[in-house]
Design a protein around this ligand. Structure first.
Ligand SMILES: [Zn+2]
Length: 354
């Protein structure tokens, strides 16, 4: 066959997506079958935390020990030192299984990427879209560092386990999904203003996921498997949008920069998705969108809508809003269009207005 060569067409892309996604009631028990399906080896390193080991890790270890050479690594926190230790352990195994929340999954994601192994994501909570994405976040003294790794080769999300986690974690996951709305608007702005390449498929999928979450905010009920199901599917869709784009652009814009700025100046306050949700209200207002509708949806879900609800005073939030544009400056967002101290103060005040 003759290969047609189009003059001027030199585009190419490498998309990495999860291969097996298993979501639902009691699916934890299917993990051995997933490993069998993937045939990646006979030795497994399970990365889990002290609490998540009790919730699901123990069961996973017991199941896998029957058939695989299984070792465990307890990651109590995420830090460059813990990741290095996890990498040392990972070299003695062929595949990694992360059982836990965002920090455990991010530790496994980086360790597996750096040691050239695949990892399976077994989330015990649905608190952000990192459960299905290729990027990971590592705290450093200078703030959180966003690292590009690879997406999990499989996701096993047991809705029974996820529904048992504190509702605050799931509400934070919902807010992270809703923030896609702002991220996509920023991406479109960067496309129009700076000529940045945009993927229509990735932006459409990401926006659709956020809109469905807003539409279904009324259906969010604490500690129910129906809600866990809805949120996990949305988080996976968000991860897929990022895989199609080849970057976190469809799910991370100015609202994420605001969240990262808060990580830096008010460390330890609020969850990732909570901070992104609050940032989304601000960025949607700046984009001229219906920010009140989003604020209402966040309230219904049980996510915070003001910095004070997560223990951050208004003055600190103003500083974060001013700092936000300096974080990852190459990623152009609405926060790069000229926020002054006066406007930052009135934007933060707006959050608590009726
Ligand atoms: Zn996020």
């Amino acid at each position: 066959m003759r290969v047609l060569r189009n003059k001027g067409f030199d585009k190419s892309k490498w998309m990495q997506l999860p291969r097996d996604v298993i979501v639902g009631h009691g699916v934890l028990g299917q993990l051995p079958r997933v490993l069998e399906d993937l045939s990646l080896g006979e030795s497994v390193l399970v990365i889990t935390g002290r609490h998540t080991r009790a919730v699901a890790g123990k069961k996973v270890i017991a199941m896998l020990t029957r058939k695989y050479d299984t070792r465990t690594f307890l990651a109590e926190e995420i830090s460059p030192a813990v990741i290095r230790e996890a990498e040392r352990e990972a070299r003695g195994a062929e595949i990694l299984v992360a059982v836990g929340g965002g920090k455990i999954i991010d530790t496994a994601k980086i360790a597996s990427f750096n040691t050239d192994r695949q990892f399976i994501s077994v989330p015990t909570a649905a608190s952000h879209d990192g459960i299905a994405s290729a990027s990971a976040s590592v705290p450093t003294p200078e703030g959180n560092l966003s690292l590009k790794a690879h997406p999990p080769v499989a996701i096993v999300a047991d809705t029974g386990i996820i529904a048992s986690a504190p509702h605050r974690l799931l509400a934070s996951g919902c807010a992270d999904i809703i923030s896609n709305l702002s991220a996509v608007l920023d991406w479109e702005l960067a496309h129009r203003l700076r000529g940045e390449t945009i993927s229509e498929y990735a932006s459409t999928l990401s926006r659709m996921t956020a809109e469905a979450m807003i539409r279904n905010a009324d259906l969010v009920r604490p500690n129910t498997e129906e809600t866990a199901w809805m949120v996990v599917k949305a988080l996976v869709a968000s991860g897929v949008a990022m895989s199609i784009a080849g970057s976190s652009r469809p799910a991370s814009g100015g609202e994420h920069k605001f969240s990262h700025a808060l990580d830096r100046i008010a460390p330890g306050k609020g969850l990732h998705g909570e901070k992104c949700g609050i940032g989304t209200i601000i960025t949607l207002f700046l984009h001229g969108e219906d920010w009140r509708e989003v604020r209402e949806a966040l309230k219904k879900i049980g996510a915070p809508t003001t910095p004070r609800e997560i223990g951050i005073d208004d003055a600190t939030a103003v500083e974060a809003l001013l700092l936000a544009s300096t974080i990852r400056p190459e990623r152009f967002t609405i926060l790069d269009t000229g926020i002054t101290r006066d406007s930052a103060e009135s934007l933060i005040r707006m959050l608590s207005k009726d």
